[in-house]
Unconditional design. Structure first.
Length: 239
């Protein structure tokens, strides 16, 4: 590799080496990014500060460089890179009550045909503000699937002395918790189904397609029901 040890602490010396290698040819950002990726792959102890400085000069993303290098069969070790840490505060119940239900309700209520004595109301988003409101709800619904999927999230913080009693055919929160923990990958797949339904709604919103948004509402309802009959009320009697 043409990178010399003397270049490690000065990214501009790397550019001089690049100039020596390629002469007077002008290299595009894409080509230089590929060069940086090869540097990281070639030297697993390539300093993070140097990568950051080079990316800042080029206007490139450090994450893109390191992520691309990570796809190589050669292991790349970046000293001092901390593992992601998450603090799970909200319960599944909190997410349902505060984020998922309100977002889904906004999408469901945004498009409707309502017949009354006064006539038929053709409800749909019409103004830019209307479309932005439903778009925000769609994005919240999409991202909520990621929050649901995070391992370690509890269903609810019930008082052990007085837990809420489940309704007919419903599981208790403790039973739901056990079921999610036993089949977490399946639970994640249901969350991905909700996310896909939200993405369908978002695509319709961005196209300002009211009928597409209504159809997506049905998809969202089906995704919710599929999860609920598995984890919430599997024993509920249906007519």
């Amino acid at each position: 590799m043409w990178l010399l040890p003397c270049c490690r602490n000065d990214p501009r010396q790397v550019f001089e080496r690049v100039d020596c290698r390629f002469g007077n040819q002008t290299k595009s950002r894409v080509e230089i990014r590929a060069i940086l990726v090869r540097l990281v792959i070639a030297d697993g102890h390539f300093y993070m500060s140097l990568i950051a400085n080079m990316c800042a000069i080029l206007g490139l993303s450090t994450a893109v460089i390191l992520g691309t290098a990570g796809c190589s069969h050669q292991a790349v070790s970046i000293p001092g890179a901390p593992a992601p840490q998450y603090q799970l505060t909200a319960t599944v119940h909190d997410l349902m009550e505060g984020l998922i239900d309100p977002s889904a309700d906004t999408l469901w209520d945004s498009v409707a045909y309502i017949a009354s004595a006064a006539g038929i109301e053709d409800r749909q988003p019409r103004t830019a503000a209307d479309w932005q409101a439903v778009r925000t709800s769609a994005v919240n619904l999409i991202e909520s699937a990621n929050l649901l999927s995070m391992p370690g999230r509890v269903v609810a913080n019930d008082s052990p002395d007085n837990p809420p009693q489940p309704g007919p055919g419903e599981l208790s929160h403790a039973e739901i918790q056990k079921r999610i923990e036993a089949t977490h990958e399946g639970f994640v797949q249901f969350a991905r189904g909700l996310q896909a339904a939200g993405l369908e709604a978002l695509a319709a919103i961005d196209a300002k397609n009211a009928q597409g948004l209504m159809d997506a509402g049905t998809t969202i309802d089906n995704a919710c029901e599929a999860c609920h009959v598995t984890y919430w009320y599997p024993n509920q009697r249906r007519p």
